[in-house]
Design a protein around this ligand. Structure first.
Ligand SMILES: Cc1cc2nc3c(=O)[nH]c(=O)nc-3n(C[C@H](O)[C@H](O)[C@H](O)COP(=O)(O)OP(=O)(O)OC[C@H]3O[C@@H](n4cnc5c(N)ncnc54)[C@H](O)[C@@H]3O)c2cc1C
Ligand SMILES: *[C@@H]1O[C@H](CO)[C@@H](O)[C@H](O)[C@H]1NC(C)=O
Ligand SMILES: *[C@@H]1O[C@H](CO)[C@@H](O)[C@H](O)[C@H]1NC(C)=O
Ligand SMILES: *[C@@H]1O[C@H](CO)[C@@H](O)[C@H](O)[C@H]1NC(C)=O
Length: 532
């Protein structure tokens, strides 16, 4: 206790000094590196000067825009093989006033797990890629309610593969891209093809193990329900390093049905899409139809947890406009469907889910919205031409409703629940080396245009589709200000933002775990004094 209080005041003094005397920061970095070398095997520590620092840095980067563009890189990357290394890294950081960023799968849309946009930021990265074990409960009595512990450094593909190979009728509800890291994905929500039936990933997390800002290892019982609430959707980085998650697995049929139905504008895409807005969120929960709009085409992509023969009559009743027939059906195992939604190809082996390869060939910039009132057909007629403009990318619509819509908005930090029809993701793409100005102009203009049709006050956004355009933290006296966080925080978390800030104040009052969009520490009592 005395020790940790001493550390807190030491950190406070060091960080105060480093704000005013830049020369001190190299002294604190030396102390930090020294501490790492004393406590963690040197083979797991990569300083900026190390031969393969760049290889390790780039190993899970998904977005070359964030690597090739001039950005602030970490002082050091630590790749723990044991939880004790994570704890040591946190204690060394605290003792020397050097902040840490944590990386699991490296898919952050703004690269905040391994880079900063602030020129003066000095930080280390704890990269969890080596902590990736997955243990499925062998307890036969648990039956369909079986559980698994999955480490943050595992990928979604590894999780899917492991549980379905163990039992093809067991699955987990999470996102589509198999290389996504469990750590960041679960920290922000986890939307995917089964969320209307089983909820987001976070709705299925039942325990976690976390290293807090003091370097202590906590579980659900010892961290308490407020912190356990916050880490399930409050966004990565803010509350500590989640090392492992215990999840409830779900029961799926041995055969599921998928389809991709493409409709061009000439074939009535606008009518079908207009109708989809009401149907997609209200279909039986075991049917999910997402929509990918690119050029003058809408692709209706679906997963049904059952056989084709049962799906056809349901869609001809609820959604005849789609014109779906048994000829559209592709029957497969649930595990194959995970490959299919990623590759759009039935011939890719399920082992591809285990590949961690990265491709740095395309630059992208994404933004998101939520729609609570169906966009009128006339408006879609003015939205489609945007998809043919110079620099146009694509948009993806993910239906809500069902299980996700039934969870109260405050049950987890993810507030986009009852009343949400669907999420929109706007995607701009351009090849590496080319000038991205047309694409980036396209996405910001489209986002501005769409403002009239989407949720307002706040205009909602999904934290896992991180977008620094909607706001960035301001740090004053070495603490992120509540007001700067509220600007983007209301969009990601709506009414849950204040509770997140209060949890942050309770568990990390010195703001050790932070980035450009981390939750600011602000106890509710203090805030109501200021504003009341
Ligand atoms: C190609 C692609 C497809 C995607 N598809 C989907 C989808 O279908 N559904 C969906 O919901 N999302 C999707 N996403 C978004 C994805 O869920 C987020 O980018 C997610 O945060 C990535 O997690 P990560 O561990 O790979 O990322 P990282 O970059 O490692 O981390 C993301 C954030 O979480 C923090 N963090 C990471 N690990 C931890 C940890 N162990 N403890 C605490 N904080 C941590 C990081 O510091 C960072 O702030 C997609 C992203 C990409 C690039
Ligand atoms: C880093 O370089 C060393 C020495 O060349 C090598 O043994 C090690 O495998 C490399 N590590 C990575 C992650 O590239
Ligand atoms: C590169 O970074 C700068 C500064 O952060 C930013 O203004 C610019 O838009 C970035 N370029 C690309 C292609 O992302
Ligand atoms: C934007 O979304 C697409 C599709 O999910 C993804 O491939 C891409 O990596 C995302 N962009 C960023 C910046 O990660």
């Amino acid at each position: 206790m005395t020790m940790s209080r001493a550390l807190v005041s030491l950190v406070f003094i060091l960080s105060l000094s480093s704000c005013c005397l830049p020369s001190l920061s190299s002294a604190t970095s030396d102390g930090f590196l020294q501490c790492l070398w004393e406590n963690i095997p040197s083979g797991l520590i990569y300083t900026q000067g190390a031969i393969n620092f760049t290889d390790v840095l780039v190993s899970s980067i998904r977005n070359p825009r964030l690597f090739t563009n001039t950005t602030v890189r970490p002082l050091v990357i630590v790749t723990p093989t044991d939880v004790s290394h994570v704890q040591a890294a946190v204690r060394c950081g605290r003792a020397n006033g050097v902040h840490l960023r944590v990386r699991s799968g490296g898919h952050d849309y703004e690269g905040l797990s391994y880079r900063s946009v602030r020129a003066d930021e000095v930080f280390g990265v704890v990269d969890l890629a080596n902590l990736r074990s997955i243990t499925v409960s062998a307890d036969a009595a648990a039956g369909p309610m079986s559980t698994a512990w999955v480490d943050s450094g595992a990928t979604l593909g590894e999780l899917y593969y492991k549980i379905a190979k163990n039992n093809p009728e067991v699955a987990f509800s999470a996102g589509i891209c198999p290389t996504i890291g469990v750590g960041g994905h679960f920290s922000g929500g986890g939307i995917g093809m089964m969320m209307r039936r089983f909820g987001l990933s976070i709705d299925n997390v039942i325990d976690a193990s976390l290293v807090n800002a003091d370097g202590d290892l906590l579980n659900r019982a010892t961290m308490g329900e407020d912190l356990f609430w916050a880490i399930r959707g409050g966004g990565g980085e803010s509350f500590g390093i989640v090392v492992s998650w215990k999840v409830s697995l779900v029961k799926v049929p041995s055969t599921v049905t998928a389809f991709n139905i493409v409709r061009s504008v000439d074939q009535g895409a606008i009518d079908v899409l207009s109708k989809w807005q009401d149907v997609g969120p209200t279909l039986p929960n075991d049917i999910t139809i997402r929509v990918i709009v690119q050029g003058q085409q809408a692709t209706f992509q679906s997963l049904y947890l059952g056989r084709c023969s049962d799906l056809v009559p349901v869609l001809s009743t609820f959604f005849p406009e789609l014109g779906m027939t048994s000829g559209d059906c592709l029957e497969m195992t649930w595990l194959q469907s995970a490959v299919f939604f990623n590759t759009w190809n039935l011939n890719v082996p399920v082992e591809s889910l285990l590949s961690r390869g990265t491709s740095l060939s395309t630059f992208t910039k994404n933004k998101s919205d939520y729609v609570r009132r169906a966009i009128p057909k006339e408006a879609w007629k003015s939205i489609f031409p945007w998809l043919t403009m110079n620099g146009a990318g694509m948009i993806i619509l993910e239906p809500h409703g069902g299980f996700i819509g039934a969870v109260p908005a405050g049950a987890t930090p993810y507030p986009h629940r009852s009343g949400v029809l669907y999420n929109i993701q706007y995607i701009a793409l351009w090849p590496t080396g080319s000038d991205g100005s047309a694409a980036t102009r396209w996405i910001s203009n489209l986002y501005e245009f769409m403002g009239q049709y989407v949720s307002k006050n706040p205009r909602e956004a999904y934290v896992n589709y991180r977008d620094l355009d909607i706001g960035q933290n301001v740090v004053v006296d070495d603490i992120t200000t509540f007001d700067s966080g509220e600007v983007w925080g209301d969009k990601y978390f709506a009414g849950n933002f204040r509770r997140l800030a209060a949890v942050k104040a309770a568990v990390d009052p010195t703001d050790f775990f932070r980035n450009e969009q981390s939750i600011p520490p602000q106890s509710m009592a203090t805030k109501s004094c200021h504003s009341g």
